[in-house]
Ligand binder design. Structure first.
Ligand SMILES: [Zn+2]
Length: 439
């Protein structure tokens, strides 16, 4: 018995050694989520930008996110879903219209590795709080942040920084974010200005807003584009709450950018300022959301969807350039994904460069304006990315063909395992956990 145990111990030690040699720990983890950005949202943005030069239509051009080294597909269903049938129940195109996840359950899965009910924020199906990746990173002495183009306590950022039985309790979520979980950077819409009368304090209570404004929280409040831009050249040491002057949603632009509001920071500016603020010797975790892609897809607004996807892609470009200046891929893990598909965008065909492509929303004359259970993309590169690719399984998908696929909970598992590889800072159990996940 004793001999068996020690041999097993030796085997595990060798596995851990081999694995840590192949998988160095990233100093920083950057997770970027295009909300509702199904693969066809990416194709539509590429078809608009490059026309027939886009790689899907005979050319070589691709969007920035598509240049990342690893590509897999992701299943997104919540605990209320019916899983994902790669055969689409014998090729039934209506199959994916039912039981799609909402953004809260999807964010909770990505942030905690646990599938839960729709509307749940950081709690399991029994409504008990779950430990999220922000809390795990904080325990390791890392800085953390969540930023979005939609309100700061909307489902995706809240799923990483709060615990509540409902995504609709916006002010309670914001309170939890500011006073309990306390990431170092929070940015988003939700500003009281510009709201309909009586809705000013929909996302943050008057009391919490005044505390934030009067410097009675651990955060410095910034509101003007110039202050967001200033973070890039002169990063702040302390915590930053960036509430740009927009109540509901940045809705940054249309495909041609004509609708962009020059008074708001761009997603790329918010991302770069955040990375600069979080940069420190112990590393950081940040979640950056392109939140309005989903809102455009709900409205079957192709022009807006392409504009928001391109603005998100520009933020990815800013992040990749920041990585090149700050330790490169050997110190940074970048993961770009979506929480689910919205709008059932499909049949994308370019017309010409700079013109909206021809598309369909859904499968029949009646357009689809909800989420779907379709697969989404995950693009990744950097130290620890192998933790994702090793989890992936081969699959034959009815819509996407022969693919490699993971589940949304695997993204948490890979990030958690990557943190577990962080040598001296890792508690004793973390390295073993990394072996279990990757193996
Ligand atoms: Zn969503």
């Amino acid at each position: 018995m004793r001999t068996t145990m020690s041999l097993r111990g030796l085997f595990l030690a060798i596995c851990a050694m081999l694995l840590s040699a192949a998988l160095a720990a990233p100093k920083n983890i950057i997770l970027m989520i295009g909300d509702g950005m199904g693969p066809d949202s990416v194709y539509a943005a590429g078809a608009y930008t490059f026309g027939n030069d886009y790689h899907l239509f005979g050319g070589k051009e691709m969007l920035t996110m598509e240049t990342l080294r690893n590509h897999l597909y992701v299943t997104t269903f919540s605990s209320e879903g019916h899983g994902y049938d790669f055969d689409w129940t014998g090729g039934n195109w209506d199959y994916v219209k039912t039981r799609a996840t909402d953004s809260a359950a999807a964010a909770t899965a990505l942030a905690t590795g646990v599938k839960t009910y729709d509307a749940a924020i950081g709690v399991n199906p029994r409504k008990q709080p779950l430990t999220n990746i922000v809390e795990i990173a904080k325990k390791r002495g890392m800085k953390t942040g969540v930023i979005s183009t939609v309100p700061f306590s909307h489902a995706t950022p809240a799923g990483f920084t709060a615990h509540n039985e409902s995504r609709n309790n916006y002010t309670a979520l914001t309170h939890d974010m500011i006073f309990n979980v306390q990431p170092d950077v929070i940015m988003g819409a939700g500003h009281p200005d510009g709201a309909q009368a009586g809705k000013e304090y929909e996302y943050i209570t008057k009391e919490d807003w005044e505390a934030l404004r009067d410097g009675k929280t651990p955060y410095t409040l910034i509101q003007d584009r110039a202050d967001f831009q200033k973070l890039i050249a002169q990063p702040q040491q302390g915590r930053v709450f960036g509430a740009f002057r927009n109540h509901f949603c940045m809705k940054y632009c249309n495909a041609d950018r004509a609708a962009a509001d020059p008074n708001l920071p761009t997603p790329a500016e918010m991302a770069e300022g955040t990375l600069q603020t979080l940069n420190n010797p112990n590393g950081f975790f940040v979640m950056i959301e392109g939140g309005a892609i989903d809102w455009c897809n709900h409205a079957d607004d192709l022009n807006g969807s392409i504009g928001e996807t391109l603005a998100f892609d520009e933020a990815i470009d800013a992040v990749i350039k920041w990585i090149a200046r700050n330790g490169g891929w050997e110190q940074n893990l970048l993961i770009v994904t979506a929480d689910h598909d919205t709008g059932y965008l499909n049949s994308v065909q370019p017309t010409e460069k700079g013109k909206l492509p021809n598309v369909k929303w859904g499968t029949d004359e009646k357009k689809w304006t909800s989420h779907t259970n379709r697969l989404v993309d995950v693009f990744s590169q950097g130290d620890g990315a192998a933790l994702l690719t090793q989890i992936a399984k081969d699959a034959q998908d009815f819509e996407r063909g022969k693919i490699r696929c993971i589940d949304n909970t695997d993204i948490f598992k890979a990030m958690d395992a990557a943190l577990g590889l962080r040598g001296a800072q890792a508690p004793a159990g973390a390295r073993r956990k990394a072996v279990a996940v990757a193996g």
